[in-house]
Every structure is written in structure tokens, then in C-alpha cells.
Design a protein around this ligand. Structure first.
Ligand code: SAM
Ligand code: SF4
Length: 332
């Protein structure tokens, strides 16, 4: 599938729930949430149908996300069924990590996911300081995340990435510990620029720390980093390497990198069944109604191709963007 701007679409982010057990400042700071009513949330079978048709159209990579995907019962079984779809070559999950070490039927959730074919786990980790972690997420769950990372390593999930959202006057002091921790665990550390995805209020000068600034802070400790233009994961991160240790660090500069959208290959399916061609655009298309009206697979194909055809050239974040949905309601 190719859009009007030459983006070749091969990646679908599937949000399985808008619910979450944390309350990150930049994502969902309010304690009380109006979750989607259950009947508005797609069932796994509905998501799998979209994925099967998507795979026929060229979707090769899938990332299961949320909200916190591990709060939805049955997510590992769902992952196993996604892995089994002909054409799907790579399956990853985005999680806050707090539930990876939880056991079900004698196995950790991380083990269930590894057995289900999950090849990559992106774990959000803004701080290794318990009090700072609690301030960032409104939950005292850092020990559970650390257990979760261990569980993911023990389960043998092949690729582990630690994602830190850059916050001014906070992340600066976290960088050395996060780098050392990621290195010691063999995980890729990535720094993500704050985006106005839940509320535009969060993206204020006093909160914003650019990827470029973070890179300079890393260089202050480790000397000039070597760019790795050919190193790619399945996302928009730009990677650099610490020359002395070989450690790779990713920077996701959605706000400051003017070329950010050029290599975009994604669509997003929200847990309430909207297909979105871009995280930073108001455009969304009601796939659930079409599915529940009893569409044929050919009609579903036509719908997906229509959304691809409307994919914008780039996100709208730099144009006083006012989000129409929270990140939890889109899927990160
Ligand atoms: N709950 C899971 C987690 O925290 O990884 C998956 C969903 S979360 C919405 C996906 C990613 O979006 C996380 O890495 C999170 O840090 C990031 N995120 C949330 N709000 C953001 C914002 N305002 N700006 C940048 N990244 C954000
Ligand atoms: Fe929950 Fe993830 Fe959003 Fe934090 S970033 S509130 S863990 S969905």
C-alpha cells in the first residue's frame, strides 16, 4: 500500500484497550477517566479480521499497544493469533512494564508473550529513581517495572527497548542512570520528544526538552556520538552510538526533526475501532461501524485503502495542534 506522498504502509499499531494502571503526566494525568464503554471496544476477533485483511494488503509489522495492553485479559492469546496470520513478520508490544512479571498459569506474562511470538517489547521508563518515577506516573510501581524488565529478559523476548519521554528539568538528571541501566540489560534506550497527543497544555516551554538537547547531554558524559544512519528498528528513531562502549541510543524527535514523517509506514487502529492514518492528525475513520454492519473482506480492503489514500504528508503537531483524543484513546 502506498499513499499519495510515497509512504509505503506496512505497519499497524493496534490498541487493545484505552485503560491503564498508571497516570503519566504527559499522557493521562487525571485520576478519573471515562473509559470507552465495553461494547464500543473491538473484540479480539474483530481486530484479527482487520489484521488478516491488512496483511493481505501488505501489513507486515504489528505492535500491540494501548492504554496499557497488559491490563486487557487474554492479550497473550491474542498475540499468538496475530503471529499466526500469514504475512505478519514482526510482532511487538508497547507496555509500561508493570505487569510483565505477573504470573498466570505458572508463567510470567512476559513468558506468555514470548511464546506468543512477541519479538520486541518497548517498555516505558522515565526514571530509575522511585520518587521521580512516582511523580511522573502517579504510581509507586518502579519496582514492578524493574521486575518486568527482568521477566522480559528471562523470557528471552529478543529485543528490549526502554523508552523515556523527555521532560525538561527532569530527564536531564535521569540520563546517566538510564544509560547505564539500559547498557547493563542489553536494552536499546530511546528518548522521545514530548508531543501534544493528549492535551496541548503539556507541550509548554517549561516542559519541552528537545532530542538535540538530550543528545548533547549524552555527549557531555560520553564524548561525541557516532551517527548510525543505517541502523533502524521498526520506528522513526534516529540512532547514535557511544564510541567507547558501542551502546546505541535512539532519539525520536517528532517535534524538531523536520524529516520525521518522511519514512512513516504506519496506520493505527484504536481500541474503539477507528482507523487513523496519522498520530498527529484529526483524521480518523470509523471501521467499527463498517465491520459491525457486516462488510465483506473486499469492502474492508477498500476501506483500508481509502484511509491510506488520505494519509497526510506530515503530522500537524507544529501547527498549534489541539488533540481530539488522548493518547490512551489512540494507542501509543
Ligand atoms: N502504556 C504503554 C506504555 O506506556 O508504553 C503503551 C501506551 S503509551 C501511550 C505508548 C508510548 O507513548 C509510551 O512510550 C509513552 O511514553 C508515550 N507517550 C505518551 N504520551 C506522550 C506524549 N505526550 N508525548 C510523547 N510520548 C508520549
Ligand atoms: Fe498509561 Fe502508557 Fe499513558 Fe503512561 S504512557 S498513562 S503507562 S498509557
Amino acid at each position: 500500500m502506498e499513499d499519495a506522498y510515497g509512504h509505503r504502509i506496512s505497519y499497524l499499531r493496534v490498541s487493545v484497550t484505552d485503560r491503564c494502571n498508571e497516570r503519566c503526566r504527559y499522557c493521562m494525568p487525571e485520576e478519573e477517566q471515562a473509559w470507552f464503554p465495553k461494547e464500543e471496544v473491538l473484540g479480539y476477533d474483530e481486530m484479527l479480521r482487520v489484521l488478516r485483511v491488512g496483511a493481505r494488503l501488505g501489513i507486515r509489522k504489528v505492535r500491540v499497544t494501548g492504554g496499557e495492553p497488559l491490563t486487557r485479559p487474554g492479550v497473550a492469546d491474542f498475540c499468538a493469533r496475530v503471529s499466526a496470520i500469514p504475512g505478519i513478520e514482526h510482532l511487538g508490544i508497547s507496555t509500561n512494564g508493570t505487569l510483565l512479571a505477573k504470573t498466570e498459569g505458572g508463567l510470567t506474562l512476559a513468558e506468555h508473550l514470548a511464546r506468543a511470538g512477541v519479538r520486541a517489547a518497548n517498555i516505558s521508563l522515565d526514571s530509575l529513581d522511585r520518587a521521580a518515577y512516582q511523580r511522573a506516573t502517579s504510581r509507586d510501581l518502579l519496582p514492578r517495572v524493574i521486575e518486568g524488565v527482568e521477566a522480559a529478559l528471562a523470557a528471552g523476548i529478543p529485543s528490549l527497548r526502554l523508552n523515556c519521554v523527555l521532560m525538561k528539568n527532569q530527564t536531564e538528571r535521569e540520563i546517566p542512570a538510564l544509560m547505564e541501566y539500559a547498557r547493563s540489560k542489553g536494552a536499546l534506550l530511546r528518548f522521545i520528544e514530548l508531543m501534544p497527543v493528549s492535551t496541548s497544555d503539556v507541550l509548554r516551554d517549561e516542559n519541552f526538552l528537545s532530542a538535540g538537547h538530550a543528545l548533547r547531554l549524552v555527549e557531555r558524559e560520553h564524548g561525541p556520538l557516532a551517527p548510525l544512519p543505517d541502523f533502524k528498528t521498526n520506528g522513526p528513531a534516529t540512532y547514535y552510538q557511544v564510541r567507547a562502549t558501542g551502546q546505541k541510543i535512539g532519539f525520536i524527535g517528532a517535534m524538531t526533526n523536520l524529516h520525521f514523517c518522511e519514512s512513516c509506514d504506519k496506520l493505527r487502529l484504536t481500541s474503539d475501532g477507528k482507523l487513523r492514518p496519522c498520530l498527529g492528525s484529526w483524521l480518523e475513520f470509523d471501521l467499527r461501524s463498517v465491520l459491525r454492519a457486516g462488510c465483506t473482506d473486499e469492502e474492508l480492503e477498500g476501506f483500508i485503502l481509502g484511509v491510506v489514500a488520505r494519509k497526510p504528508k506530515e503530522h500537524d503537531f507544529r501547527n498549534n495542534y489541539q488533540p481530539n483524543r488522548k493518547m490512551i484513546a489512540i494507542g501509543g
